[in-house]
Every structure is written in C-alpha cells, then in structure tokens.
Design a protein around this ligand. Structure first.
Ligand code: NG6
Ligand code: CA
Length: 500
C-alpha cells in the first residue's frame, strides 16, 4: 500500500462544507478486545460486519498498539500523548481513586475543545475522579473529572463495570440519584447493608472470584463496596444501549460544527452480561456476544453519521485498551466456549502481559473523505493520536502536552507504510520494546491469565529475552544469547526513554 493520495493533500477544503479541514473525530474504544477478535483480523465464531466495513473504507493496521496491557495506563496515554509509565498513578484504579490526569495538562479533548470542537465522552472512564487532597462527594458535584480535562459533555461510569460505584455519572452528577438514599463507596471495608457475594452467594447469577465478591448489584458481585444509590444503579444488560444512545444524541446535536466523541463501551470487559437480544448471537458464549454487540454499536454509529450527512467527514478510530482475556474473575463460560477462536490472533499472551498479545490490538482508522484504504504494516501506537490529530487540524500541540507521541498522520491515512521506528509496550509497570521485527523484554517477569482463576508468571532473567516476531510470532524462542548486540541496541532505547 504505497500509493500516495496527493490529490487529497492538495485539496484540504471541500466546497460547501465550512469545516472540512476539521473533520469530526470519533474514537470507538473497546475494552479487553484482542488483535484477533474482529472478523477482519481473523475472528472465528463471531461476525463483526460493521467493523469490517469501516476497515475496508479505511486503513487496518497490523502493527497497531495500545501503550499498556491494562486499561487505565492505555487510556491515560491515548488522551494525554504521554507514556503512562511516566505517571506513577497510571495503574489499574479502584472506583474511588482520584483523577490521575492533572487538569493543567492539555489532553486531546481539551486541545480539540480549544480548537472549536464540541467534545464528549460516553462510556468507561477509569482515570479517577475528584482531587487527591479532598474527599470526594459522590452525592454532590463530582470533580475534577472528564469536564476538567476537556470533555464538555460526559456520561460515564466511574471505573469499570466490575467495580463500584455501579452508577452512571452525567456532567459530574450521579444520574437518578435519590438524595434520601446517598451513595457511599469503600474499597477497604463494607459500607451499608447490601448483600455481598461472600455473604449471599445464593443471590448471584454468576460465580465470582474473591476480589469480585463484594457488593452485589444486579445479581452480580463487584470489586469494592457501595451502599445507597439503589435507584441509580445500572443494569448491565442495558449498558451498551445506554452509552450508544448518549453517543447518537451527541452526534445528532453536532451536525453543524466539528465534534470529538470518545465512545468507550464496556464490551468485552467483565461482567459480560449483554442485552437478551444479543445473548447467543455468537458461537463463543458471553464474550463473543459482547463482541457482536460492540460491532452492532459501531454499525449504529456509522448509520447515525450517514443519516446526519457526516460520515464522510468523520475520522473513525476503532481500537482497544489492552489485549484479550477469557477468564477475568467471573465464571461466565467464556473460556470453555472459546472453541478455535484466537482472541489475540497469532500473538502470545493477552491482557496484563508484556507478550505481544497484551498491547498489539486491532487498530482501524477511517476517514472516508481522506483515507487511502488498505492494510498497513506501519507501526503505530495510540500515544501518537494526539500529535497526529494536532497535525490534522494544523495546530501545534500545547507545550505542556505529552511529548511521547509522533505525528504519524500520513500513515494513519494510508498514504505511507512508514510508522514509528520502535514502540514501547507496558504491562503492569514493566516495559518492553519492539523495533522492526525484534522484540526485547527486559528482566523482570511477564504475567498472563491462564485458565479458569489461574495466573501464569514467567520470570525473565538477565539479560532479558529477545524474540524475532516474524519468525517466531509466539515469542517462544529467546535469542538474547545469540544476538547480544541486538539486546544492547534495544536495551539502550529503553534506557534513553525510561532511564530508571
Ligand atoms: C483486575 C481485575 C479484573 C479487571 C482488571 C481491570 C481481579 C482478579 N482482576 O484487577 O477483573 O477488573 O483489574 O481491567 O480483580 S481493565 O481492563 O480495566 O484494566
Ligand atoms: Ca481493558
């Protein structure tokens, strides 16, 4: 795919459209969706026709990365353009953690807001709420949060669907909160009298591991304790529809001016309890059904954009925050029903892991007015989106914005296969590097989810491990002792970027 689409570069403004040089930007960010989970990336047992169609009209990357193998750090990098390992707080957060993005730091949302975009978040947040110095009032104005870092409109859950508080927050206020039934949240000990998974296992519709056995909401025990807010609690079955409806309303409302929408549904994170109309929609049990639901949401968003005449001038980015996981705390049958499907495609490991499957994820960029459709070998990371989008709208990034990203706009639009030279992959605060086909995993350990309720940890001794991904995509043959110079070269990259 080396055809350079020069025409589009020379004609940035389409006649009749006031903001053709400022396309709408729609991030569709899946949760725990692996490299192999969409049809266009080889999924078996689940169809994703809507995503596949977006991919056909845009660029599908074979070397697209999130920055980390868990949610919070990847989302942090996506929004800030900074590697998450630079922020000590960017680790999997409890539902009552303070905001980890300094409101003084301009995120991609704040940057686009300041450049005339209407900005919104609908879906998962998981970057903390409230300040680190004052206690958060769940029953009042919840801030700082998405608004203070650039999202003028926000409708979201606090953290993940498996963590309390199990409520939606709109513009800093819990939705449907009855003041007579205030919300309290605690991750250290029980609050209130709601049954927990440990005390009332007979009330559960899904068995859970110890960490997920706290307060029961909607028949599912969660991580952490909450009391109150009964009327405000979400129903997992309706969650995707709820986020989607918020997203669609936002798109419809902003057909006259450019918008940035960060749509971050729960799928395919646990607990996987999709709407009954999607139950059984795949051959893979609840995880496949969640993927089918995610795909359906993509289809509805595309339809909405077409209805409002904005589809062609919208840059759609579809990806995931970390690699896949089958068992992640609930006995939902995802592992048993997985069949021949390879959620991480050819790569080893998945969520939590420094193996490729942890951070190499589906990565699709489509802007029908501008993309040169194709399949790209360019190495791209989510940390690059901020700098690339700044280039797209022709505005410099603010000086205090994250500087780890590169402007890879030509690659993202399919005009070149030239991406980054190397990419940093993080998992559970340890990093690895890939350059060309070489992958170096420094000493430490690598974690993977094993089977049901099982973890697998691999120790990585000095001088680290070296793999040749083209010959050995499964990262099984450590070549560190065969190519010590390669180890030194890659180790130096890591040293230069993260000296400690
Ligand atoms: C882990 C949870 C897992 C999930 C994850 C966060 C256990 C044993 N595991 O600690 O279920 O919630 O955190 O996922 O509790 S993420 O996609 O948001 O990073
Ligand atoms: Ca995730």
């Amino acid at each position: 795919m080396n055809i350079v689409k020069t025409m589009s570069l020379l004609v940035p403004i389409v006649a009749g459209s006031a903001f053709a040089d400022k396309p709408n930007i729609l991030f569709i960010y899946g949760d725990d969706i692996g490299y192999g989970d969409f049809g266009c990336y080889g999924a078996e047992g689940v169809d994703t026709p809507n995503i596949d169609r977006v991919a056909e009209q845009g660029v599908r990357f074979l070397s697209g990365y999130c920055t980390a193998a868990t949610c919070t750090p990847s989302r942090y990098s996506l929004l800030t353009g900074e590697y998450a390992f630079r922020n000590q707080s960017a680790k999997i957060l409890p539902g009552n953690a303070p905001l980890i993005i300094d409101p003084a730091r301009p995120t991609i949302a704040a940057f686009l807001r300041d450049n005339g975009y209407a900005t919104a978040l609908s879906g998962k947040w998981h970057l903390g709420l409230g300040s680190a110095t004052e206690p958060l009032d769940w029953n009042g104005q919840i801030k700082p949060g998405p608004k203070e870092v650039g999202f003028e409109y926000s409708f979201h859950m606090a953290a993940t669907a498996d963590r309390v508080p199990s409520v939606y927050i709109r513009d800093g206020r819990i939705v449907n909160l009855d003041p007579a039934d205030p919300v309290r949240v605690n991750y250290k000990g029980k609050v209130g009298n709601d049954p927990t998974g440990t005390s009332h296992p007979q009330l559960l519709r899904m068995q859970a591991d110890e960490q997920h056995s706290c307060t029961i909401v909607n028949g599912i025990s969660r991580i952490g304790y909450m009391s109150g807010g009964h009327q405000a609690r979400f129903r997992d079955e309706d969650m995707a529809d709820t986020y989607l409806s918020e997203a669609m309303q936002f798109i419809r409302k902003h057909k006259e001016n450019p918008f940035f929408l960060y749509f971050a549904p729960n799928e395919s994170h646990v607990p996987r309890v999709v709407h009954p109309r999607f139950q059984g929609s795949s051959a893979l049990g609840p995880r496949g059904d969640a993927l089918a639901l995610f795909d359906w949401c993509v289809g509805r968003l595309v339809e909405t954009l077409k209805e409002t005449g904005q589809y062609k001038n919208t840059l759609i980015f579809i990806s995931s925050d970390n690699g896949p996981v089958l068992f992640d705390g609930y006995w939902d049958g995802a592992l048993e029903k997985n069949g021949d499907h390879r959620p991480a495609g050819p790569w080893r490991g998945g969520k939590y892991s420094r193996w490729e499957g942890g951070t190499r994820v589906p990565f699709i960029v489509s802007w029908p007015d501008r993309s040169t459709p194709g399949i790209s070998q360019a190495m791209v990371s989510q940390v690059d989106l901020y700098a690339s989008i700044a280039a797209l709208i022709g505005q410099p990034m603010p000086d205090n914005a994250g500087q780890d990203g590169q402007n890879l706009l030509p690659a993202l639009l399919g005009e070149t296969d030239q991406g980054r030279d190397y990419v940093i992959e993080e998992a559970l605060s340890q990093i690895a590097v890939r350059k060309d086909n070489w992958k170096y995993v420094p000493p430490g350990s690598v974690t993977e989810r094993g089977g049901v309720d099982e973890w697998v940890k691999t120790d990585v001794p000095e001088p680290g491990m070296l793999f040749h991904l083209a010959e050995d995509p499964g990262e099984t043959r450590d070549l560190a002792h065969v190519y010590p110079d390669k180890v030194d070269e890659l180790r130096q990259i890591i040293y230069d970027i993260a000296p400690d």
